[in-house]
Design a protein around this ligand. Structure first.
Ligand code: HH2
Length: 299
């Protein structure tokens, strides 16, 4: 992987591990796959499919069997225009799914929430990762993550879901997102979160136009240069439909695989996807070719 660097500066090695409580996830031969399970009535691609706890639990185990290294449970849609879901309502959806998953052990569980109250309850039940699309926007969140030694995803978003797609604007989107995430990484460390527990995510579709999303994926190496695993979530998102003749969300598989492949080539260490089996197979091939390129460079 070619890392951007200032003249004379040493290249930063891509992060090879991500610590999430008692699990140390290795990102050596291939990227990690994070499978999505939305326990919501209104998520943009799987809303209403897994609202029944038994269906969500079954789907989570299916994704793990298909090759998900982490299963990301969400109880609040963050699609453009979505309203926030109160903590108590998130927990009513999450707890009956989390409890059996945690009891069974084995599956590394992430909770997609910006609420410290939800994160604390989920970690108490055995979750390993807090996936925070507000990058520690809740002032109580850093202490919750630090106390548990949990993994945390710090994601960039311009604005908030309700209004973020109205008029996103950047002078240089890749530079601004990297600066924001670098600052949030420093804030996390200052709040007692270990650096090796942190992963960074440019937030594809969160206050971004089509062109912004493309720039971010094309220049993902600038985020990888911060030295932490980069998470990329392009799966089924609207920009993929826009690029493929307005394909609906359930017909964006190939487009999502193409985006995931380029992201991994450009340094992504974790791919967040609804389509685990296909993504796991695709990114293995990309990772093998990336290794061959590295080996050739070292010969
Ligand atoms: N995208 C979504 C939700 N959470 N978290 C991270 N770290 N990165 C992402 O790109 C990301 C995310 C949106 O996708 P989805 O969960 O399928 O939809 P919804 O928010 O409608 O539930």
């Amino acid at each position: 992987m070619t890392l951007p660097r200032a003249a004379g500066a040493a290249a930063v090695e891509p992060a090879r591990t991500w610590r999430c409580r008692d699990r140390v996830l290795a990102i050596v031969d291939r990227p990690l796959v994070m499978g999505v399970v939305n326990v919501t009535p209104d998520s943009f691609s799987d809303g209403g499919h897994f609202l029944e706890p038994a269906a969500a639990v079954e789907h989570a185990f299916r994704l793990a069997a298909e090759g998900a290294d982490i299963v990301d449970l969400g109880a609040e849609s963050t699609r453009p225009g979505a309203e926030p879901v109160p903590a108590a309502a998130q927990l009513r959806r999450l707890v009956p799914v989390l409890e059996p998953l945690a009891r069974a052990g084995g599956v590394c569980v992430s909770v997609d929430t910006a609420s410290a109250e939800v994160a604390r309850a989920a970690l108490d039940l055995g979750a390993h990762v807090v996936n925070d699309v507000t990058a520690l926007g809740d002032p109580a969140m850093p202490a919750v993550v630090a106390a548990a030694g949990a993994g945390v995803v710090l994601m960039h978003m311009q604005g908030e879901p309700r209004s973020m797609q109205r008029a996103p604007r950047y002078a240089d989107v890749a530079r601004e997102v990297a600066e924001f995430l670098g600052a949030r990484l420093a804030a996390a460390r200052a709040a007692g979160i270990a650096a090796d527990c942190v992963a960074l995510d440019p937030g594809i579709g969160f206050g971004k136009t089509l062109e912004h999303n493309l720039q971010l994926i094309a220049r993902l190496g600038e985020l990888a240069a911060l030295g932490r695993p980069v998470v990329l979530g392009a799966s089924r998102k609207r920009f993929l439909g826009t690029l493929t003749g307005d394909a609906p969300a359930d017909q964006r598989l190939e487009a999502g695989l193409a985006a995931a492949a380029i992201a991994v080539w450009n340094g992504a260490g974790v791919v967040r996807t609804h389509d685990v089996a296909a993504t796991a197979r695709a990114v293995r091939v990309v990772a093998a070719i990336a290794r061959a390129r590295r080996d050739a460079a070292h010969d």
